[in-house]
Design a protein around this ligand. Structure first.
Ligand SMILES: [Zn+2]
Length: 102
């Protein structure tokens, strides 16, 4: 796709911002599975993800969407964002319920 507005930007945060460790629960669990050969080498793992649309209201036609992925540090227990992606969401009509209105 040649449209620059559809381009995805990726951000990686491999180090725990609290203690400096790179060992995280889902990451090391996945690494052990890859070592056993039961998961593909290109697999990724995280504990949960969150999606946010950056728009003033729901009447946008195109708006940035940030998807962030989180894991927990094995050394200090902190939760941190290990990866984030910025996409562009297109469409975004007024999605408020119109029940009872004609
Ligand atoms: Zn830590």
């Amino acid at each position: 796709m040649t449209d620059e507005t559809k381009k995805t930007r990726n951000f990686d945060f491999p180090i725990c911002p609290y203690c400096g460790s790179t060992e995280r629960l889902a990451g090391t669990t996945l690494a052990k599975q890859i070592e056993k050969g039961v998961m593909p080498k290109e697999s990724t793992a995280y504990l949960f993800t969150h999606q946010s649309i950056i728009a003033k209201d729901m009447k946008w036609l195109s708006a940035p969407v940030i998807i962030s992925f989180y894991d927990v540090c094995e050394k200090c227990g902190a939760t941190w964002c290990i990866h984030a992606e910025i996409h562009t969401a297109v469409q975004g009509m007024d999605t408020k319920p119109k029940y009872g209105k004609n």
